[in-house]
Design a protein around this ligand. Structure first.
Ligand SMILES: CC(C)(COP(=O)(O)OP(=O)(O)OC[C@H]1O[C@@H](n2cnc3c(N)ncnc32)[C@H](O)[C@@H]1OP(=O)(O)O)[C@@H](O)C(=O)NCCC(=O)NCCS
Length: 175
């Protein structure tokens, strides 16, 4: 398994894996109409190209045999949770692994990569939002040292209301 930064030429692949993994994670939790709206709004090729063109928006693929089996998105962005502004904080915006590769260390490798990135760039804390009923993801994040901040926020899929919990992990930058 290798990890590499996603570049503009990978836009089609990122759009596909982004939309497939979002669908597989959230199917059945909202209406078909809301799902279709969300997939189009956030994973259409122009939107993906726009995000990949932002040099401060970091996407990474985990690849096995040169095929993307998961991806990570990290960015310094305080807009969704302004409380984080008191620290130099990195948002783990997305972590999605295709189902066949769950439980195989891919997510762990991507998260370790994000934490190393954060330490190298002198971040004090990494934070993320996770759906309140996504128990597997919450277990995973707790296993690797993230904890619930005590704060939550609305994360609707179209017109379907959903709530995300903010998790964080403070870093020891003494290295
Ligand atoms: C969340 C995700 C990245 C975690 O990666 P993973 O490889 O599945 O994680 P792991 O298997 O290492 O850890 C998951 C843990 O949850 C446990 N688990 C599995 N199903 C569970 C459930 N329904 N409830 C609680 N715990 C569960 C597993 O047993 C494992 O714990 P263990 O290692 O102590 O046995 C991956 O499952 C994924 O991509 N899911 C879909 C996308 C997603 O939800 N992304 C997160 C968005 S915030």
């Amino acid at each position: 398994m290798t990890i590499r930064r996603v570049v503009l030429e990978d836009a089609e692949t990122l759009s596909q894996i982004g939309s497939d993994t979002f669908y597989n994670t959230f199917k059945g939790t909202c209406t078909d109409e809301d799902m279709n709206f969300f997939l189009f709004e956030y994973y259409n090729i122009e939107q993906v190209k726009k995000e990949l063109s932002d040099s401060n928006d970091y996407f990474y693929f985990a690849e096995v045999d040169s095929k993307a089996v998961g991806y990570l998105r990290i960015k310094e962005d305080y807009t969704a949770f302004e409380k984080m502004k008191q620290w130099k904080a990195l948002e783990l915006k997305r972590l999605y692994v295709v189902e066949d590769f769950h439980g195989k260390g891919i997510a762990q490798a991507l998260t370790d990569f994000a934490l190393d990135f954060a330490k190298e760039h002198c971040y004090e804390v990494v934070w993320l939002g996770v759906w309140e009923h996504n128990y597997r993801a919450q277990k995973f994040y707790k296993k690797i040292g993230f904890e619930y901040t005590g704060h939550k926020h609305p994360f609707p899929i179209g017109n379907t209301p959903q709530t995300d919990l903010w998790y964080w992990k403070f870093l020891n930058n003494e290295q």
